[in-house]
Write a protein that binds this ligand. Structure first.
Ligand code: NAD
Ligand code: UFG
Length: 338
């Protein structure tokens, strides 16, 4: 089976390409490298002992997409390509709506033309309304997003659901990720954010290695056991395996289906810092600062539907996530740049 992976050079995409190659799938990647490094794909191929096909270009480029679908018999598409920085989306909304919506519109147009209608989309727990009770189920309320990034995920879910309802030949999986962290156990591929990290784990690893002076913990007065924010952190390799399960589901079904990809367990920021320090025997200096605007106290998944229908379940624990994130950081102190 041949899978087209848009954004395959990125953090989650590279780990997914590796799991696909391990699973015996042929992999075709399209990525414009706006937030990634081609070294990631070289390392994926070295780890797998197999090659993939790479097209460098923009998913909004219809001519490029038509060429790919002419040259490759694509059985299923995994659509990761998108911009993902929440704060940046507030200051550059047009760029986020353009990139995140027009990639999907161009991709589905060319898939329709080519008669290739199996699609998996990278959605996010950010589509859930903040007032839901935990754990979040796929049927929990969505909408009321607090930033343009979240709206692009919400709107893309609407677009793909509409397309799928209009033409039952489509098979669409909307995967709502919780908080992916960690890296492949080899330490060869991992998360390599540009500039100052927005997310917790890369900030922790960069602090531990001395690139940042100290971690700022955004608030310790939430209604949580220790007052810091609680999230459902999931190992990126588990998440990647969830995509392989979703490919098998998508090609065997029709219609649109939503799945949470999380562990079902919530950990606080202090749990993360303490586990990281303990597992890796390294210190992470931190200070408590004000809450970050837009953050909620607690967010975790009910992953039961994914286990029941995809036959997939996260297997790695917090210690694995902390150990593998640190291994990647130590082996690549400056990310792929070095
Ligand atoms: P990433 O930035 O590492 O990967 C995205 C990739 O898409 C990059 O390689 C980038 O170069 C590419 N890209 C972006 N726009 C493109 C375009 N127009 N044409 C071609 N390539 C383009 O991000 P990631 O963490 O791997 O996330 C992958 C997907 O998962 C994104 O859609 C993101 O919104 C979604 N997601 C991520 C998280 C998370 O915490 N990392 C959580 C929920 C959802
Ligand atoms: N946090 C800190 N200090 C930091 C960074 C984060 O204390 O320097 C805290 C946050 O306040 C939050 C927790 O760590 O309580 C996790 O924050 P992240 O920024 O790592 O993750 P978020 O849950 O805010 O959001 C992430 C992605 C979104 C995605 C969402 C899905 O950034 O794109 O997970 O749940 F939508």
């Amino acid at each position: 089976m041949r899978i087209l992976v848009t954004g395959g050079a990125g953090y989650i995409g590279s780990h997914t390409c590796l799991e696909l190659l391990h699973g015996g799938y042929d992999v075709v990647v399209v990525d414009n490298l706006c937030n990634s490094n081609p070294v990631a794909l070289e390392r994926v191929q070295a780890l797998a002992g197999k090659s993939l096909t790479f097209y460098q270009g923009d998913v909004r480029d219809l001519a490029l997409l038509r060429r790919i679908f002419q040259e490759q018999e694509i059985d299923c598409v995994i659509h990761f390509a998108g911009l993902k920085a929440v704060g940046e989306s507030v200051s550059q909304p047009w760029r986020y709506y353009d990139n995140n919506l027009n990639t999907t519109l161009a991709l589905t147009k060319v898939m329709e033309e080519a008669g290739r209608k199996n699609l998996i989309f990278s959605s996010s727990a950010t589509v859930y309304t903040a007032s839901n009770t935990m754990p979040l189920q796929e049927t929990s309320q969505t909408g009321g997003c607090t930033n343009p990034y979240g709206w692009t995920k919400f709107m893309t879910e609407q677009i793909l659901s509409g397309i799928s309802h209009a033409d039952p030949a489509w098979s669409v999986c909307l995967l709502r990720y919780f908080n992916p962290i960690g890296a492949h156990e080899s330490g060869q591929i991992g998360e390599d954010p540009r500039g100052i990290p927005n997310n917790l784990m890369p900030y922790i690893t960069q602090t531990a290695i001395g690139r940042r002076e100290r971690l700022s913990i955004f608030g310790d007065d939430y209604d949580t056991p220790d007052g810091t924010g609680v999230r459902d952190y999931i190992h990126v390799v588990d998440l990647a395996k969830g995509h392989v399960a979703a490919v098998n589901y998508t090609v065997a079904h029709q219609g649109v289906e939503v799945f949470n990809l999380g562990t079902g367990k919530g950990y606080s920021v202090l749990d993360m810092v303490n586990t990281f320090q303990q597992v890796n025997q390294v210190s992470v200096p931190y200070q408590i600062v004000a809450r970050r605007p837009g953050d909620i106290a607690t967010c975790y998944a009910d992953p039961e539907k994914s286990e029941r229908m995809l036959g997939w379940k996260a297997e790695k624990d917090l210690a694995d996530m902390c150990r593998d994130a640190w291994n990647w950081q130590c082996k690549n102190p400056q990310g792929y740049q070095a």
